[in-house]
Design a protein around this ligand. Sequence first.
Ligand SMILES: Nc1ncnc2c1ncn2[C@@H]1O[C@H](COP(=O)(O)OP(=O)(O)O)[C@@H](O)[C@H]1O
Ligand SMILES: [Mg+2]
Length: 411
Amino acid sequence: MAARLLVLTDDPSLERLLTTALAADDRLLRVVGSHEEALGAISIEPPHLAILDANVPGDSAWAILAHIRAATGQGHVPVIMLGRDDARDKVRGLRAGADDYQALPVHPAELVARVRRLLSRFPPGGVVVAPVAQPSTTAQSATAATQTRGQVIAVYGAKGGVGSTTIAINAAIAFHRHLRRNVVLVDGNLQFGDHRVFMDLGNDRYSIVDAVTAPSIDADLLRTIVVHHESGIDLLLAPPRPEEAEHVSAERHHMATIVETLRRMYDYVIVDLDERLDDHCLDVISVADRMLVVMTADLSCIKNVRLVIETMAQIGMPDEMLELLLNRSNAYTGIGPRSIEAVLKRPIRHQVVNDYRTAISALNSGEPFLKGRPDAAIARSITEVVRAIEADPKAPRDAAPQPLLSATVHS
Ligand SMILES: Nc1ncnc2c1ncn2[C@@H]1O[C@H](COP(=O)(O)OP(=O)(O)O)[C@@H](O)[C@H]1O
Ligand SMILES: [Mg+2]
């Protein structure tokens, strides 16, 4: 079915650009120049997607957006607002229910990509097909059990490539597979999150940006945005494009709000943190029960871990909350676990064995080893980690430390 696109603009050059860019066999474009014309076009045939130019006089784009959002019974009509490159306008557009806001001048290829993405998420035909196939059964049963207070585990890699994403993903699956827990895994690497690669998921799946651009963040919303993975866990993905991460606001504590909402829906909320210890990370850490610091046995990691320990102490994190996990523990580096413990003056609480072949082939096939090769030594090692965590739940913290300003521990 051809998609009907309605474009509202009174700018002839923008009209030309959009008409050329959006021309395609499976798209029917109707361009209108005023509020009245737009209302007329909508009443004759409601569009499948609307592109509204906020510069049309008389706040017409806003009025049409409100009109589309007020209409019921025809499924969700995605709306892209075009306007000034102004944060307040963007926020206003997204708050008013636009699915996307593009600053003018708009890049034709980017606009086409965004139109396609929205049309694949909300296909023409009247029925809204969300990319999430079914609401997650795990999330449903967790909410039915009313107000659980799930444990929040922040997984932090002391430097890039130590294996924090590998551990976060496989630990999440292990909690579900071996301990029958309801688990949601959040990709906290907002710009370059790679869970889609690790789990073989397309760019059309919802992301955390769909949560933060909605009018309010609550359990009902998050239930529709998490992606139910075949391993049995739910995922809150990072956006497919780095610039979209800007929608997630540290000032408004989006990350903490999301994590707090998720912990009432799941037994475990596992967040794979960004390597930069930025405001979003600190926001997550401020509500987490446990921070798992993943390291390998080398000097630069040890240096970074020492800095992380100091920074966390400065922001008032209880000492017992931070647990060290030595990854690739049996790989020969010349530095053994005992000497790391001696230097850092704290125990290594968890160890995961080295198994590059299993780890890399899982990554390349898009099937985490905890699912595809649960008997591999590395999978058993991660299962031991989750059993140890389950056996040692953390009590709620009295006072959460206030998120700090950016504290980049290492670059
Ligand atoms: N225990 C392990 N043994 C061998 N290779 C591992 C192990 N853990 C992770 N890896 C590999 O290390 C690389 C980096 O892992 P990744 O999880 O992306 O790290 P990070 O998220 O910390 O940057 C990947 O190729 C992964 O397969
Ligand atoms: Mg990673």
